[in-house]
Design a protein around this ligand. Structure first.
Ligand SMILES: NC(=O)c1ccc[n+]([C@@H]2O[C@H](COP(=O)([O-])OP(=O)(O)OC[C@H]3O[C@@H](n4cnc5c(N)ncnc54)[C@H](OP(=O)(O)O)[C@@H]3O)[C@@H](O)[C@H]2O)c1
Length: 323
């Protein structure tokens, strides 16, 4: 499989990362099988967070990489607080808290070093320089290889990078969510970091497999773009994506992922994949699907910034993500 460079680290990495937020929901055996299959097939970039499954996801990843540590590149997000039910409790970016979280993650993963350690959200009560300073210490102690950030604005990227070089910035980016192209992506490129987009399929919206209204129990109901008229409007837009995709003989989801991959070699999308079959399909896509400059232009013009209706997060959460 072709590789991409991870920021200025000199590390070669798979062009997509495997997301693990959902692993707690799948059977443990299937998750381990899928992760091992992905690593053996060349997808060596595993994305997790200490709060995914409240530590359970790290334990499962630890088991999956036991005999594959040298091949796997593990990225961990930290600093978000949740209770035993997984309910959001706030953030903790104090230096000692970050060092404490890191110690637990190392144990759960069963590794001596975390490859990419990322602040999940910036704690509004702690200067970013202090949180990043803690990761700089961990790098000097050999417990972390590279510094990363998640859901940060351009100014936060600049401030963090002044303390220690930022290797990667994880943030929502897709044909449906392109605000980062104004300031954040240029800043990521200026400092030579990689962009690690999540929700490149916009929570399934861009697959063309959704219809509205969503079932009452669906968590996506909390996102304004999945509500009422917004959803109806956005589903009509997705039909345009399906039309373009079918002319290429592929699915809308594949085209949305291909578009993200096509926006630069410094972009390494995270994709949730719950089976070996899905891993195979996405590897095939990464290796075979090309976009012509006309197709790229058409997609960029049809799905410009702000075309999809409704915010990406509810009001309360918008306050703690990048804009
Ligand atoms: N930094 C942050 O704040 C943040 C926030 C959210 C997520 N994340 C990270 O990003 C990862 C991905 O999360 P996400 O919300 O972005 O999920 P996603 O990758 O947009 O969606 C995952 C689902 O898409 C399906 N899928 C994968 N490839 C596909 C394709 N080519 N065509 C159609 N469907 C496809 C998979 O289905 P199958 O079940 O069939 O495999 C999977 O269930 C998470 O696991 C997490 O690691 C980070």
């Amino acid at each position: 499989m072709n590789t991409r460079k991870l920021g200025n680290s000199g590390i070669d990495i798979s062009p997509i990362a495997i997301g693990t937020r959902e692993v707690g929901e799948k059977s443990k055996q299937q998750t381990i099988e899928t992760l091992q299959y992905a690593i053996d097939s060349g997808i060596n970039f595993i994305n997790t967070a200490d709060f995914y499954g409240m530590g359970m996801n790290e334990l499962i990843i630890g088991e999956a990489i036991k005999n594959r540590r040298e091949k796997a590149f593990i990225s961990v997000k930290t600093g978000a607080l949740r209770n035993y039910q997984g309910h959001f409790l706030g953030f903790d970016g104090r230096p000692n808290a970050i060092k404490n979280f890191c110690a637990y993650s190392l144990t759960r993963l069963g590794v001596n070093e975390i490859d990419l350690y990322q602040i999940a959200r910036i704690d509004p009560n702690v200067p970013i320089e202090e949180s990043v300073g803690a990761i700089k210490d961990l790098i000097q102690e050999g417990k972390v290889r590279c510094l990363g950030l998640s859901e940060v604005n351009a100014d936060q990227i600049r401030r963090a990078n002044a303390v220690h070089p930022v290797t990667a910035v994880e943030i929502e980016y897709s044909l449906a969510t392109r605000f980062i192209e104004k300031e954040i992506l240029p800043e990521v490129r200026k400092i030579g970091a990689s962009l690690i987009p999540y929700s490149v399929l916009s929570y399934g919206l861009l697959t063309g497999n959704l219809s509205g209204p969503l079932p009452k129990e669906d968590y996506k109901n909390m996102f304004p773009r999945f509500q009422g008229e917004n959803l109806q409007y956005n589903l009509k837009l997705v039909e345009k994506l399906q039309d373009i995709a079918s002319q290429k003989g592929i699915t809308a989801g594949d085209l949305a992922l291909a578009w993200a991959l096509h926006q630069g070699d410094d972009i390494i999308p995270i994709v949730g994949m719950s089976s070996t079959k899905r891993v195979d399909k996405n590897i095939n896509l990464v290796e075979s699907i090309q976009l012509t400059s006309e197709e790229n232009k058409l997609l960029n013009e049809t799905f410009g910034i702000g075309v999809f209706k409704g915010e990406r997060y509810p009001d309360a959460l918008l306050k703690v993500v990048a804009s």
